[in-house]
Design a protein around this ligand. Structure first.
Ligand code: NAD
Length: 295
């Protein structure tokens, strides 16, 4: 694969290990992040320091954004000194953040007007998937832009799939977040249930993991939940944002998601209790509270 000049904006829990994997694959990666420590970390791994968005993207072939929420991506792409003002037309612009599908469509259209090739490419697989380059990547956009981005996706993950036109990647990601939240909630309920019956949960989860109830959620999150280790991972505040994306998108489509809407309330409650910085597996706390087992 030919080495590319990649600008990477947003070097948080996910972005930093993804950018490091691109450096390791031989690309020239210029990173920019609002707080500078993670840029230092990228530079320590062989990346370059971008002095700001405009500086980072100026001579890039590919721009990747990995930012918290829709307004952050809007600001970085369309704001003053942003990507659309500062990068060369023709540049491939890949937003890998999880944002609203309607915003992704608007941003793709605004980019296309200026000659950019824009893809929405949110990911699943969590921090471990980012570090191990095993992300699932759900892509919305044009086939030829997907083909052009494919070598970059292949460095970051194992399953890049073009799922439809602009915004479709984000719609699939919203479905992903619905499934993950529901699954975490039921895993939390099962764990508290097992504990209440005095069952040894390490053995319990091991056998559950081998049957139909087994899942990546159980494998990746079961141990931390057993040990009440809620270091993020994926922050409750971000999953709260995602539950609003899925509930709004379901409402817009006239689709009922009664269980998802209920779990969305639990995620919001955790955030409102001040737990927005904990891992989303902290849904266990809600089950403990509802069961009077949080003393
Ligand atoms: P994070 O908060 O750890 O990282 C976001 C980074 O963006 C931060 O370092 C922040 O300083 C930086 N940032 C914010 N605004 C900026 C701006 N205007 N310019 C430059 N930098 C800016 O979040 P994360 O966990 O890495 O998640 C990033 C995105 O990926 C989110 O949309 C999230 O929903 C999604 N996601 C996260 C996970 C996960 O497990 N953490 C998994 C899949 C998808």
């Amino acid at each position: 694969m030919s080495a590319r000049k990649i600008a990477f904006i947003g070097l948080g829990i996910m972005g930093l290990p993804m950018a490091v994997n691109l450096v390791r694959a031989g690309h020239t990666v210029t990173g920019y992040n609002r707080s500078p420590q993670s840029v230092d970390a990228l530079v320590g791994k062989g990346g370059l320091r971008g002095g700001g968005v405009a500086d980072a993207v100026a001579d890039a072939d590919v721009v990747i954004t990995m930012l918290p929420d829709s307004p952050d991506v809007e600001a970085v792409l369309t704001g003053e000194g942003g990507v659309y003002e500062s990068a060369e037309p023709g540049t491939l612009v890949i937003d890998m953040s999880t944002i609203r599908p309607d915003v992704a469509r608007t941003l793709a259209a605004a980019g296309a007007e200026r000659g950019f090739r824009v893809l929405d490419a949110p990911v699943s697989g969590g921090e471990a998937g980012a570090i191990e380059a095993k992300l699932s990547i759900m892509v919305g956009g044009a086939q030829e832009d997907f083909d052009a981005a494919r070598p970059v996706f292949d460095v970051l993950g194992t399953t890049p799939v073009l799922v439809g036109p602009s915004g479709a990647g984000q719609t699939v990601k919203a479905a992903n977040q619905l499934i993950v939240a529901g699954h975490l909630q039921l895993l939390a309920e099962a764990l508290v249930f097992l504990e209440a019956h005095g069952v040894e949960t390490e053995a319990g989860l091991e056998v559950l993991g081998g049957g139909l109830a087994g899942s990546t959620v159980l494998q990746r999150k079961g141990k931390g939940m057993r040990e009440r280790d809620f270091d993020p991972g994926f922050r409750i505040a971000l999953h709260d944002k995602d539950m609003r994306i899925i509930t709004d998108s379901a409402t817009a489509a006239g689709v009922a998601i009664p269980l998802g809407a209920q779990v969305a309330q639990y995620v919001a409650a955790l955030k409102n209790q001040g737990h927005g910085g904990l891992d989303h597996s902290a849904l266990l706390k809600i089950v403990e509270q509802l069961s009077g087992r949080d003393q």
